[in-house]
Design a protein around this ligand. Sequence first.
Ligand SMILES: Cc1cc2nc3c(=O)[nH]c(=O)nc-3n(C[C@H](O)[C@H](O)[C@H](O)COP(=O)(O)OP(=O)(O)OC[C@H]3O[C@@H](n4cnc5c(N)ncnc54)[C@H](O)[C@@H]3O)c2cc1C
Length: 596
Amino acid sequence: MTAGVVTTETPRRGTGRTGRDDRGDVDAVVIGAGPNGLVAANLLADAGWRVLVLEAEATPGGAVRTAEVTAPGFRNDLFSAFYPLAAASPALADLRLEDHGLTWTQAPTVLAHPLPGRTAAVLHRDIDRTVAALEAAHPGDGDAYRMEDARFRRVSDPMLDSLLRPFPPVRSGVRLALRAGTSGVRELARLSLVPMRRYVEERFGSEQAAVLYAGMALHADLTPESAGSALFGWLLTGLGQQRGFPVPVGGAGRLTDALVDRLTARGGVVRCSARVVQVLVREGRAVGVRTADGDEIGVGRAVLADTDASKLLLNLVGPQHLPASTLARVPRIQRGGATFKVDWALSSPVPWDDAAAHGAGTVHLADSLDQLTVTASELSRHLVPTEPFLLVGQMTTADPTRSPAGTESMWAYTHVPQEVRGDPTSDRDAGLHRQQVRGVWDDDDCEEFAARIEARIERVAPGFRSRILARHVLSPRTLERMDANLVGGDINGGTAQLHQQLVFRPVAGWARPETPVRGLYLASASAHPGGGVHGACGANAARAAIAHHRWSLRPVLALATHRRQRGSSSISPTIAATVRPAGQPEIDRAIDTPNG
Ligand SMILES: Cc1cc2nc3c(=O)[nH]c(=O)nc-3n(C[C@H](O)[C@H](O)[C@H](O)COP(=O)(O)OP(=O)(O)OC[C@H]3O[C@@H](n4cnc5c(N)ncnc54)[C@H](O)[C@@H]3O)c2cc1C
């Protein structure tokens, strides 16, 4: 369905009103139809705004798209695939996307992590089975896992609410504190700082428990030694145990379809193949956008940008409209690691050595916690990992609609440096099959690195390569070509490390979606709370825009009330919306000050 959302329609209000008025062509333009942009647009449309979403690519969805890129009948999620964060997100739950055709499904097992010479670490849907497997791996690990899970369940609702709401999360923060108690808050504070390696060493004895938690932390560009990795790994493990790793029936793109369907039903419009090249700024306020085709679209109220923060500020807005303090901080925005992904069409399911991996939607591949540390160290030194940590998706196992019966639609991705300075594997293993990966990601690099990934899977699933019918490779460069927000293959809109989270996201002093340009809001994963498909960045931006607009009307509405009380005729709604009230710059400045 979404492929057809190329349109020149004029957005209408939920009330059915159409056409232009003197307050701009639309109330708001949302730049980018990724999940955050689409969630933002939905909330604005719910508030009665006329919303136009401009999307650079030919189809909406950003990093939530599905296509047949390997072989006929195989639906491959081009980027993201598993959605525990979406399932837990209050912003997405409020949209009731199930009413717009979205159906979730699950693999029989959430996750497996095969280990050489040991049984696999397995996250079962049934906690008793997860506990039993860990207990068998090391006495005491099962009980320790159950305690960690109970700790997660006690606080998960207010904690997710706190993490996904705008910063500071006052109400949900209070709820979290009440739920956790004083010692619980202390524990959570420590958990948010302690590195994953220390966290598992304090609690568990088995390699299985260590890689189970650490593998989760490495979904983001965190390392077993970095601050914040324990919290992220604990959160994702807790979510996996509590809710599984759900996927949309039919492919990730169905989530996008549902968001677009809901938006258009409320009068919003998504225009594809419309790249925004400039945010028009007048007297410090965003007044519209210009597209690559030269179209200028005026906005009456706001521009919301589901774009990379640096690209927004430096390219679309331009340094001339930004305070020096912001300009000084933008170069410090740290990219997450780059990503290399391969999709396969397989003639049959993967022949894993360890049967535990057969029913798992997600499979992690690393030999040990130590190996994850070595990989992280190589990435920090800009080296191509000797043994890349693989995240694998068995999509037909999770959702049988993804490929013909008896086959498997599968992917694997791994992180590589943004800038490659060396490839230790090619030197050390010169006698093996390896060519040097130079990091230019041309055909040779892609061929070599894809072959390494396949060889890695073959080691734990002998016969895997013989089942490959077709494959499709996404290098860091291709990723950015397909979605401008995936800068250099960074999947999270900037590093997920603690020094670029909360009030440090995307630069020190932000944390909120407001930018130094009035009426311009950052709605992408570059904003707090960052990467992942949860829609919170978009929801936060939309709520901020709506709140600012309401504030800006206050003096005018007060004047209208005052006049009415004095018996004079009431102010017309058009004038009320057109006049910029004297108090507005102060309101905006008050909120923008931390950013400036
Ligand atoms: C390979 C990969 C695997 C991932 N796996 C998962 C996963 O399993 N689960 C999970 O929760 N998350 C996952 N993620 C992360 C998640 O997909 C992103 O964090 C999320 O999509 C961010 O949403 P967004 O709306 O901020 O940006 P995006 O989804 O990147 O969307 C941005 C949109 O804006 C458009 N755009 C950008 N600039 C312009 C412009 N100037 N004019 C017009 N349009 C513009 C882009 O074309 C794009 O459509 C993965 C990401 C990748 C790349």
